[in-house]
Ligand binder design. Structure first.
Ligand code: 5RP
Length: 219
């Protein structure tokens, strides 16, 4: 097993400590979350709200009840991974294309617990990982031109359709030094459904796994 995979498993194990019997758990998407899902049969959940169809299928396969967010009220916790995280616990997410549903479930939860391996920690967001932006299909070219005006280089994620039937523009070279302002500016472009900067609602707890174990950072 690679060091990175071992770190993902260690972070997931640390996240499991926050999960209690009887909870309706918000569950994210991605390979780190998959490590957590494997551990969930050790807890008696009342149910789970999934942040993607992929996660929903995995939870169903384990016999965990899927709850519609509209009937779940405010969730105690949402657990997910990230593509990049800075020291303020602001994130870039959406490498798996589930950013919109992830942002909704995170917003509807009291606490967002983020699990990462050490490779995800960055000084400034967006210098290496592009910002995924979910866009209504008809607005793709228009939004791409607007992103170029902001200094970005959007790349259409070909062959990928989100759970909501939209497309993704992975946008390189955006200046993400002011993440909250940029998150808002991207949301203001007509045709943008959601963007992968999680700064206005950043993580509340970061579980960062490294070669020396898992470090917990609270906001
Ligand atoms: C999916 C996401 C994931 O949280 C992010 O891509 C991290 O994935 P992984 O745990 O596989 O590294 O935002 O949309």
């Amino acid at each position: 097993m690679s060091d990175q995979q071992a770190q993902k498993q260690a972070a997931a194990k640390a996240a499991l400590e926050y999960v209690e019997d009887g909870m309706i758990l918000g569950v994210g998407t991605g390979s780190t979350v998959n490590c957590l899902i494997e551990l969930l049969p050790t807890v008696k959940l009342a149910g789970a709200v999934a942040s993607s169809q992929v996660t929903e299928d995995k939870l169903c396969a384990l016999g965990i009840d899927i709850v519609d967010l509209n009937f779940a009220g405010t969730l105690d916790i949402y657990i997910d991974g990230a593509d990049e995280v800075n020291k303020h616990l602001q994130l870039i997410k959406g490498g798996g294309g589930a950013l919109t549903r992830e942002k909704i479930v995170a917003a509807a939860s009291n606490q967002f617990i983020c699990m990462v391996d050490e490779s995800k920690s960055v000084e400034v967001l967006g210098r290496e990982f592009p910002v995924p932006i979910e866009v209504l299909p008809q607005a793709r070219s228009y939004v791409a031109r607007q992103l170029a005006e902001l200094g970005g280089e959007p790349v259409y994620r070909e062959g990928f359709v989100t759970d909501y039937g939209n497309v993704i523009l992975d946008t390189y070279d955006l200046d993400v030094s002011q993440p909250i302002a940029l998150e808002q500016a991207l949301n203001n472009i007509v045709g943008v459904v959601c963007n992968g900067i999680f700064a206005a609602n950043q993580a509340d707890v970061l579980l960062k796994a490294g070669s020396d174990g898992v470090t917990t950072i609270n906001r």
